[in-house]
Ligand binder design. Structure first.
Ligand code: FNR
Length: 190
């Protein structure tokens, strides 16, 4: 069946490498996956003072996650961790207590960096966060993309055939993972 996947871009930068990667993934996704961005850039900094009465922007954010079958994190590594803006968004989604938007929601993590280890440390930290948030994660294949700025165009065209093939098959593995999780936990996500 078709699945709706909400994706988060961890970077707020105008010409983000990871935004380019997300556009490539939209282009390469199997037709059974419908990708839509869930923006994180307008959320205020989270505090539990908001828990009693979330602002509209945060309610809309949680509703957007509730509406999708699975979530995909496309994130850079900043100082060996995920960017603060993405962590802030995850904190919003995880609260108020008992209303964690990620519980039983299948997820996958991918990221690009010019550096050789391709966001591996940030991804590992993100996996720890998602474990705590009780999101079933696709453990493998992992996707650490070492990318130069020219490797993926602004529109998400990939100039490297082996990278394109890898991303295509990675998205297909994510499709199979979502299918498996939702077969076991059909009530999971909505
Ligand atoms: C970086 N960069 C970086 N790269 C990396 O591989 N590991 C790291 O820990 C960091 N740390 C880091 C901190 C900060 C504050 C910035 C701005 C950058 C480089 C980073 O990979 C590069 O700028 C990418 O272009 C970031 O991805 P986006 O934001 O363009 O998607």
């Amino acid at each position: 069946p078709p699945y709706v996947v909400g994706f988060f871009v961890g970077s707020l930068a105008r010409d983000s490498l990871n935004r380019r990667l997300s556009r490539a993934l939209v282009r390469l996704a199997p037709e059974e996956l419908q990708l839509q961005e869930i923006p994180i850039g307008d959320l205020p900094l989270y505090s539990y003072d908001y828990d009693a009465d979330f602002p509209t922007v945060a309610r809309d954010f949680k509703a957007a996650i509730a509406a999708v079958d699975a979530v995909l994190f496309v994130t850079p590594e900043y100082n060996r961790d995920i960017p603060g803006g993405l962590k802030n968004a995850i904190d919003w989604a995880s609260r108020p207590y008992g209303k964690n938007s990620f519980a039983r929601k299948p997820s996958a993590v991918i990221g690009a960096s010019p550096g050789k280890i391709g966001t591996a440390v940030a991804q590992q930290n993100l996996r720890s966060i998602l474990s705590y948030c009780n999101s079933p994660q696709m453990n493998a294949p992992e996707a650490y993309i070492q990318a130069t700025p020219g490797m993926i165009s602004v529109e998400g065209d990939i100039g490297d055939e082996s990278l394109e093939e890898f991303l295509r098959s990675w998205m297909d593995d994510f499709r199979l993972f979502i299918q498996r999780v939702l077969t076991v936990l059909p009530q999971a996500t909505k």
